[in-house]
Every structure is written in structure tokens, then in C-alpha cells.
Design a binder for this molecule. Structure first.
Ligand SMILES: [Zn+2]
Length: 331
């Protein structure tokens, strides 16, 4: 999952259209063709002054050069344009109407032919996670997801529908547009409620709080998101302790240099995530949730990651590393 997710984050989110982009452009193109046709037949129909007439003529000449002459000469062109335009417009409107929606306090769930039970579960679980994530990160005072700021889920019918409509690769199980707060997925996914949903909501809530452009090490960002996955959180410390025993442990300064997105080695990716979750758990549960919140607020207000470490009573990363390693010894 993290491969797809990181890829998505590194690129600018696309403008999301709830219908096929192809149909949209087809409708637009046929509309333009219709206008061209109209201009070809009566180029002066808009003329109220010489300037307008001249402009219309220039546009007309340019457009008429790209008009397909073969079609024009062989069939009734006007009829052709009307039929194409109507069919495109119909498919555009009907595709758009296919999305149904359910709203809750902080979410809107869009779906087509998906069982209602699943949709209700998405809505209820998402609300539950919204509460628990804002609580465990100490962001409860900032209720920023109301009304038109609600996050959106698009639930596609199945994997094939999702792949076709989102242009994602066939192996992709879901995609997140962080800035727009949109999660797109489909119901057949294993581990969606326990893993993907809390992880991605964790990313979105954390980013919204600290600011889109704020720089933090990847381990911290992934640690905060993965901390929301209960099963990973519970297993993280033991993976790190085992790595320490096998002399594979990566200290925080080194972890900060790692860009796991380009790393195909499963074992080191697993260790990267386990360490990230373990240190974030240590900060929130041992140093205290309020310190974590102050730290995030300092980041949001423009302090660098190193400067903000002051909130954990640490001069630098190696001081934080030392405290964390001490804590693991007593586990
Ligand atoms: Zn992530």
C-alpha cells in the first residue's frame, strides 16, 4: 500500500472528476464542432460590429482548417454533430448521476452499485477513526472537517471499475489525494477498515494540522499514520528490539536520511516502519500527548523539526534517540 500512497503524495493531486474524463472531453469537442459548423454555414450570424465580425471570421478560418473534411463532404454534417453532442451529453449526465451519496458529520461517501451496509460501515468507521485520531494526537480543539470541508470517500463498484475510472495500476488498492481530502477505493479490499482507513486518515489529519508545506522526516510522518493501525502499533516495539539484538537497529539520525519510497527491500522497509511507529508511540505514550501536540503546533508555526524537539526536552535527534533506546531497554 505504501508504494501507491507515496507515489500519489509526491505528485500534485489531480482534479478529480466524478465521471470519466474521456466523456467530458468528447462532449466538449463535439460542442466545439457544433459551433464550427454553425460558423461555417453562417459566418456573419454574430456580427454586430466590424470588429466582432472580423474576430469571428479569424476564429472561423482557423477552426475550419481543422474540421474533418472527409466527414463534412460525405454525410449530413449538421445531423452528425447533433447526434454526437447529444450522445456525449447524455453519457456525461448519466455517468454523473450514478454517484449516490451518504453524509455524516465529517465525511461524504460517494458510491454507485455498492451494498448500503458497506457504505454505512465506511461512514461509521471513518467517524470513529476521526474521533480517535484527533484524540490520540491531541488535535481535538481543531474541528476543521465540518460542512464543505468534509473529507470524501469514492467507493467504486469493484477493482475493475476502480482501475478504469481512476487510471490507477491494476495492483492498486486505493488512492489518496491529500490536499483535497479524497480517498478512492472499492469494497473488496482485505484490511481496509483496520489498516488502510486509519493510516490514510492519520496522514490527512496530521498534514492538515501541521500545514501542507511543513518539512518533517519521512519516518515521523509515516510513524504518525501507522500509529493509527492498532495491530502494527502493538507489534512495532518487538520488531525493533529484535533488530537491536541482531545489530540491525537504525538510529534516528540515520533513519531521517532514509527514503523508503525507493527501497524495494521488504525487510528494511518493515524495520523502517516498525522504528517509526515505535518512536512515535514512545513520544505520545511516554513523553505525553500534550508534548506531541505542542511539538506539532511549533512545526505548524514555522519552527524546524530540530528546533521543535525542545518540546521533548531534547537538544537534537541523538538526544531523542537516546531516550527512546532507554525506554526500549525496559520493555
Ligand atoms: Zn503512509
Amino acid at each position: 500500500m505504501w508504494h501507491a500512497e507515496e507515489e500519489q503524495r509526491s505528485s500534485r493531486p489531480k482534479i478529480s472528476l466524478p465521471f470519466g474524463a474521456g466523456r467530458f472531453w468528447a462532449a466538449t469537442a463535439s460542442f466545439v464542432l457544433g459551433v464550427v459548423h454553425r460558423l461555417r454555414r453562417r459566418p456573419h450570424f454574430l456580427s454586430r460590429s466590424k470588429i466582432v465580425t472580423a474576430n469571428v471570421l479569424i476564429i472561423y478560418r482557423r477552426l475550419s482548417r481543422i474540421t474533418p473534411k472527409i466527414i463534412n463532404s460525405k454525410i449530413n454534417y449538421r445531423l452528425f454533430v447533433i447526434i454526437v453532442f447529444l450522445s456525449c451529453f447524455y453519457s456525461y449526465v448519466s455517468a454523473d448521476e450514478k454517484w449516490r451519496e451518504r453524509r455524516s458529520e465529517h465525511f461524504i461517501v460517494y458510491f454507485k452499485d455498492v451494498p448500503e451496509d458497506f457504505i454505512n460501515e465506511v461512514k461509521d468507521e471513518a467517524e470513529k477513526y476521526y474521533r480517535s485520531i484527533t484524540q490520540n494526537l491531541g488535535f481535538t480543539r481543531y474541528d476543521f472537517w465540518l460542512w464543505d470541508k468534509r473529507a470524501k470517500f469514492y467507493i467504486y463498484n469493484d477493482s475493475a471499475d476502480y482501475v478504469k475510472e481512476t487510471n490507477q495500476p491494476a495492483w492498486s488498492a486505493g488512492v489518496v489525494h491529500y490536499q483535497e481530502k479524497i480517498i478512492k477505493t472499492y469494497p473488496q479490499m482485505a484490511g481496509f477498515f483496520d489498516s488502510v482507513m486509519p493510516h490514510e486518515l492519520g496522514h490527512i489529519i496530521f498534514r492538515e494540522f501541521i500545514g501542507e508545506k511543513t518539512k518533517v522526516p519521512l519516518w515521523f510522518e509515516e510513524g504518525v499514520a501507522s500509529y493509527q493501525e492498532r495491530s502494527r502499533r502493538l507489534g512495532a516495539d518487538s520488531i525493533v528490539i529484535k533488530a537491536q539484538a541482531e545489530k540491525r537497529f537504525i538510529p534516528l539520525e540515520q533513519l531521517s536520511e532514509m527514503d523508503i519510497r525507493n527501497n524495494q527491500d521488504k525487510t528494511s522497509a518493515e524495520l523502517f516502519y516498525a522504528e517509526a511507529i515505535s518512536v512515535v508511540s514512545f513520544i505520545i505514550l511516554e513523553l505525553g500527548e500534550e508534548h506531541f501536540t505542542w511539538f506539532c503546533r511549533a512545526l505548524r508555526d514555522g519552527k524546524s523539526f530540530e528546533e521543535a524537539l525542545w518540546h521533548f526536552n531534547c537538544r537534537d535527534l541523538s538526544a531523542l534517540n537516546k531516550k527512546w533506546v532507554e525506554y526500549l531497554k525496559n520493555k
